[in-house]
Design a protein around this ligand. Sequence first.
Ligand SMILES: *Cc1c(COP(=O)(O)O)cnc(C)c1O
Length: 850
Amino acid sequence: MDTLFSYRNMKLPKTIERLPELAYNLWFSWNDDAKELFAMISRELWDQFLHNPVRLLAETHPDVWEPLSKDTAFLKQYGKVFRQWDEYSHADTWFEKTFPEHRQQQFAYFSAEFGFHESLPIYSGGLGVLAGDHCKSASDLGLPLVGIGLLYKKGYFNQKINKEGRQLSEAVRYDFSKLPLLPAFNGQDEWLTVQLQLADRTVQLRIWQVLVGRVSVYLLDADVEENSPWDRELTAQLYGGDQDTRIAQEMLLGMGGVKVLRALNVPTAVYHINEGHAAFQAYERIREQLEAGVPFHVAVEIIRASSVFTTHTPVPAGHDAFPLHLTDYYLSPLLTRWAEHKEGLIGLGLDEGKQLFNMTHLALNTSALRNGVSKLHGEVSREMFRSIHGHIQTNEVPISHITNGVHMNSWLAHELKELYGRFLPGTWLTNQTNHDLWRQVELIPAESLWETHTRLKEKLIGYARSNLREHRRRNDMPAHLVEEVGGYLSGKALTIGFARRFATYKRATLLFKDLDRLDRLVNDPDRPVQFMFAGKAHPADQPGQDMLRDIYLVSRMERFRGKIVLLENYDMNMARYLVQGVDVWLNNPLRPYEASGTSGQKAAMNGVINLSVLDGWWDEAYEGTNGWRIEGDFSADPQAQERENTDSVYRLLEQEVIPLYYNQGPLPAQWVDRMKRSIMTLAPVYNTHRMVMDYTHSSYMPTLNRTLSFLADRNELAVKVADYKSFMKANWHFVKFLEINDGSGERALNPAGTVKELGQPLKEVTATIKFGPVWYMDTAVELIYYEEQEGHWQPVVVTMSPVKEIDNRVMKYRAMIPSHLRHGAHFSARIRPVSPNFATSFELPLITTL
Ligand SMILES: *Cc1c(COP(=O)(O)O)cnc(C)c1O
């Protein structure tokens, strides 16, 4: 511990001695009273240190504590906060009540980034914030969840924008001793380290612990003296470096992460990987099984049964793929030790067509349960990964969806929590997934909601002005340009926000396709509109940085001065101001690349109305009255979509949004109605409590139960499943259709003539199948035809039943289908393996079709 002074143990006067305990638990970040308590120590330092309570404690002058420990107002707040904290840490939880029998086994949650709070900058955008919110809700709900991630010495990067609108990425080196993290200890009270074999060497990793309410997140840090300079830089930067750094980082995360769980003796039955970055966890666990003498094919089944994979983007660049020589090199310790399984191991991640090692393939092949992050993204992912699942229908590809949400207590404005508290039942926050409760938003007087919203908007404008002022001051702009920022933006004007990573598919500059039309909107003296933009572009993403620059240049045009602004260094702090303070949240990605999107969910619960392309979560959330939909033909080419979407945004603004906002004097009653519709319909659904409950019910618990049953009696069931799959793979080629008789023109075949069912004349179809060594009961025989439903052709699957054994291992099957269908032209038949021990119907992609 020598070099590290932990402020957790700092001595404070008795009456306030528990402050460090609070500072070292990120629970403070979603408790407004706790944040206020820290602000009371020094509002100036609290803001200056980006709301980092550890740094605040460390750098507050020691003379401050004595008087503070006797300050009545402070002590009152202190008492209030610790009562809540103690109550929180001891309360009965949803998980304990729902699953009283399962408290031992932990759910491990791996993520390359975690966005908990602005004070711990180990996130770049939505993926990290989602992971942070996941952990927070897991804590609130009492899940036995443990997080695994990396600790980046330089975080992501701080964005500075220069006078020409160019993004400069400022490198930062964080002083870990002043962040809300603690060294993780091993059993002997020593700092925990783990070793990982990487290529030709061993990398030492130091482990840190982040407390997130009841949940612990362990972060791996390679910046230790024993490592070579190159290795020390492995955890320097999130999404930085080249392919070498990237694959090494992912090995640290996945394989190192498993070692951390072992070193801490965490009994783990579920391994959830948040995006493919952590997929190497499978290799470390297969290695453990092999070392324990478990055969390779059984090891793979055990690992698959206990892994859950969430895929997060349809953008190809979001799926890491490495040249095979890199995997060969970095995985050489594993591949040399288990040379006889090299092909099997690499095969799990091999993209055969491209001859690349693909982390998403590895994740899919080693996880029984997989999901996308919205209904639409589920569909898109099934289409994307259909080809690696054999000849099955798109809707049968075993990838489901669990729609993302956001942590309400972190994102909902304090002022609105108070307002909701007055009109909703007392349990509204705990029972936030209850729709009935949210209907009572109706009871909130329009004036109160509008007044609260207006205050939040004023707060945002103040924040935005100081951001702009700072930008100009730093860029040595003339004093009058710095000062005039004080007159920028108006609390009365309709305010539209757009903030997110500047990935090109998000099309941040869509609105600028017609500057004259925009000019007319913005500069209408009776109905002014203003825009706020913010977001970081990845330092290697030139087109993203160009978009940023375009926005900057537009914001500097005389006609848009003070009405279109670009704020710098978007982070969670700024995100809170924006999603709580604007009137409209704009999102115009190229469909379907926005897998979910979560900033609009944050906005919605704050009464901010979404104006968005029907992509990601909005595709399932929009219902006609709770926001607006940007239109366009999704099947058109990208340029055409861009034109249509642009035109639609302008039209909506001109004809619907602006008129509604400026409808009736100072209180736009119909606007407030829409705000209420938005809150009422969206808040109960698009929160992480609902999301984490969904994961628990549909992923974690089934995975836990299946894993425990696989492992019982010395892996008995795992062996059975693995042997079954091996047998099926080896013998499937014997399974053949000998004949299909669709009774064309021979209705007499059906003794009862045509049977009418659901108004359709039916007929009998028979199939003769040779099974060879495969037992017919281990298969399903099905007919597939297409039916038009709501304008789409949907596959219909009809199961055939065995009728009689014709010959040794030759069986006849029958089924009834609509009589007009002809084999080949209208329907096909297929045979597939089935097993009650599969997690999903198409777990084994062996399909025979005719
Ligand atoms: C919520 C959030 C995001 C994600 O926003 P999307 O709408 O999903 O792009 C990104 N960055 C920050 C700082 C956020 O708070």
